[in-house]
Design a protein around this ligand. Structure first.
Ligand code: SF4
Length: 701
């Protein structure tokens, strides 16, 4: 909503989704400040959010015009939108005619707005005739999605940020919110300051900044999470620290869980996890005696070859203690990207359809195609993120359209991703940055509008849907992603894509949700602009949204009960360490960078915190390899190698090394591209990659 020259919007970085007010002066200069009236951040912003204006105003690396080339040995050359779209449509039509619809695919992003995501899905699944559309959210939240579906019947985060101030015990697993969800962490920190009796348990192989407020840090061996959560479950059951009434009336499979998941002795579990029995008991006691318990997690659980098992074993603890559907309680996955949840709502994954409908369900496919007036939706499962690039490598996939993401840096096993893009017949890259590691493979480069240059909606980690204002025009000939997709659909000759604006797309999608678990048929742009943000469901036009799910203890499962799930694998299934590669490489984010630095990398003040990639290594491991702090090391395995300086620390477990995931090639060299080394194993159900466990060796350069 414009207030003279001030505009309300939402931060475009992480899933916390902080409110921002952008002030535009008469010369078009921008300033940002936290929105004091917004419940999420109450005026606070972290370093990334408070520097967003510099990102928008630095156009040095922006793609300003469509660019195209007729063959890979020619340079990209400026072209018009019309020629670019003609070419894209002609190539897609010809490839589909020769090889069938499953020979093309779209790879989109958790940074896309909901309307863009919705149209990309409608276009692909309804009209191109393939389910080959997946998103980089596959790389961060897909294990949590499956975990929720198995446990509560839908991809539904039960709680709100306001529950943080109502809880008295937190288990933070595989997450470093102090750096990766900073404003949420500030709320937690303040709550702990004001209520010293609040207990915080952190589970992480690294002693991160988050541990500064922990009462207990369980520094487990990577990959042993399921053993730990099963041991906590066993202890809670043995000590009768469970909610028997809740279990009896509102859950299924308790006896199976008790019998099958709680067999390992505490001493054996402690040995596997590399922690003490006493610490397992202490964590269980904190949780079992708490009045309101929240578990928070992110990539440490999700990015694993047993990511779904890790998720269900953690959610089991909330169910055992009846800590769900009440104030200050519940499992709470912290979304990485700003609109990963909005994307899932509109079916932004290869296995999903809009409104949380399932691609594998023929009734759902029929409902969606009828709603769209499209051809029948294919029953062929779509390729997921990593499968799409394997498909390009094997020749199964011929063309890929990449929207708002930089897979050469962000996908595992980067060198194979580059091989895949070299082999592709046709690569479209639609983005804001000209100089990413991915754009060099583009046959067609399309300039997209960025944050503050377009309108739309996003959903944050607590199911909160917010409207983002357009503040300025995009530079050059850049267009909103939505407009680009609609241009392509029209060039393909598809009907049903003649929207006047983003609001009409939102209205179509919200109508589709009517009667579903995520019903937002009571929402419109008018309400979002006039009344502010809403947490779904919002089933009618007077409804104010739903801060907390399952307060009636009715879950979205067929029986209406929450489900205890016995993890398929208790022990880790990652690649094996060997004499040649004896160290576990784990990757993650740092405080002031975002994803592959295409935006944060252009802000000088964000580059001062940690200016270059590095390897964090335990002092003992370094001593054994004759490495000193600041030495340049080579980190190697069978997939690739990188060269970075080592940072010695006792905060990381012996046997484990850490690299930030943000850096791509620097001056054409693979100095610090961590994903040259990461494992290409994926969870068999969620298809999320095993980023947190790759076997490597480190030596002096
Ligand atoms: Fe943006 Fe996340 Fe920082 Fe909030 S916490 S300002 S949403 S990056």
């Amino acid at each position: 909503m414009a207030i003279s020259n001030s505009y309300k919007t939402i931060c475009s970085y992480c899933g916390v989704g902080c409110g921002i007010v952008v002030h535009k002066d008469s010369k078009g200069g921008l300033k940002v400040e936290g929105d004091k009236a917004y419940s999420v951040n109450k005026g606070m912003l972290c370093s990334k959010g408070m520097n967003l204006n510099y990102v928008v105003q630095d156009t040095s690396d922006r793609i300003l015009h469509p660019e195209m080339r007729w063959s890979r040995d020619l340079p990209l050359q400026k072209t018009t939108w019309d020629v670019a779209m003609e070419r894209a449509a002609a190539v897609f039509k010809s490839i589909i005619k020769r090889h069938g619809p499953d020979s093309v695919g779209f790879y989109v992003s958790g940074q896309c707005l909901t309307e863009e995501y919705y149209i990309a899905n409608k276009l692909t699944k309804g009209f191109l005739g393939t389910n080959n559309i997946d998103t980089n959210s596959r790389l961060c939240m897909s294990s949590a999605v499956v975990g929720y579906k198995k446990s509560v019947g839908d991809d539904a985060v039960p709680i709100s940020y306001e529950d943080i101030e109502l809880a008295d015990c937190f288990l933070i697993a595989g997450a470093n919110p102090a750096w990766c969800h900073p404003i949420l962490f500030r709320r937690l920190e303040k709550h702990k300051e004001e209520n010293p009796n609040v207990k915080i348990v952190v589970v992480d192989p690294r002693k991160t900044q988050t541990c500064a407020i922990a009462d207990l840090h369980l520094q487990i061996i990577p990959g042993t999470d399921v053993v730990l959560y099963n041991a906590i479950a066993k202890r809670l059951i043995e000590k009768k620290l469970i909610d028997k009434k809740f279990i009896k009336n509102h859950t299924d499979n308790f006896e199976e869980l008790k019998e099958k998941a709680c067999k390992t002795s505490f001493s054996e579990a402690a040995k596997i996890c590399g922690i003490s029995v006493n610490d397992i008991k202490k964590a269980s006691q904190y949780i079992g005696l708490s009045k309101a318990f929240i578990s928070m997690w992110t990539m440490g659980l999700n990015q694993s070859v047993i990511g779904v098992d890790k998720n269900v074993s953690l959610i089991n603890i909330s169910l055992l203690t009846g800590q769900i559907g009440k104030p200050g309680a519940g499992p709470f996955s912290l979304t990485g990207q700003p609109n990963a949840m909005g994307g899932r709502e509109v079916g932004g994954m290869a296995n999903l359809l809009a409104a949380h409908k399932d691609l594998a369900n023929p009734v759902h496919r029929k409902e969606v195609s009828n709603f769209w007036g499209s051809q029948e939706i294919s029953e062929n499962p779509g390729l997921t993120a990593t499968e799409m690039f394997e498909g390009l490598n094997s020749g199964k996939l011929k063309a890929i359209w990449i929207v708002c993401t930089n897979p050469v840096v962000s996908l595992p096993d980067s060198l194979q991703v580059e091989e895949a893009l070299k082999k592709a017949n046709f690569v479209v890259v639609q983005d804001i940055s000209h100089n990413s590691d991915t754009t060099k493979y583009a046959d067609l480069l399309l300039p997209a509008a960025g944050w503050a240059e377009k309108e739309g909606t996003m959903t944050n980690s607590e199911r909160r849907i917010s409207y983002l204002n357009k503040v300025i025009d995009p530079p050059g000939e850049a267009l909103p992603d939505l407009e680009i997709l609609l241009k392509f659909a029209q060039k393909m000759g598809f009907t049903g894509f003649d929207y006047e604006n983003a609001s009409e797309v939102f209205d179509e999608y919200s109508l589709m949700t009517k009667g579903t678990a995520i019903d937002i048929s009571g929402l419109s742009y008018q309400r979002l602009k006039g009344e502010g943000s809403f947490q779904w469901p919002v089933p009618n036009s007077t409804h104010r949204g739903t801060p907390r799910l399952f307060t009636d203890k009715k879950f979205f499962t067929p029986s209406g009960n929450a489900q205890f799930n016995v993890p398929v694998h208790t022990l880790n299934q990652s690649e094996k360490l060997s004499e040649e590669h004896p160290l576990i490489l784990t990757t993650g984010r740092i405080r002031d960078q975002w994803h592959t630095r295409t935006r944060t990398g252009v802000v000088n003040r964000l580059n001062t915190h940690i200016p270059s990639p590095y390897l964090e290594m335990n002092n003992v491991d370094a001593y054994l390899r004759k490495l000193k702090d600041g030495d340049v090391a080579i980190i190697k395995n069978n997939r690739g190698e990188v060269r970075v300086k080592v940072k010695l620390s006792f905060d990381i477990r012996k046997g484990v090394v850490f690299m930030p995931m943000h850096w791509g090639r620097i001056l054409g060299e693979d100095f610090g591209r961590a994903n040259n080394l990461t494992s290409n194993l994926i969870d068999p159900v969620s298809k999320e990659p095993d980023y947190k466990y790759s076997a490597v060796e480190v030596s002096k350069y």
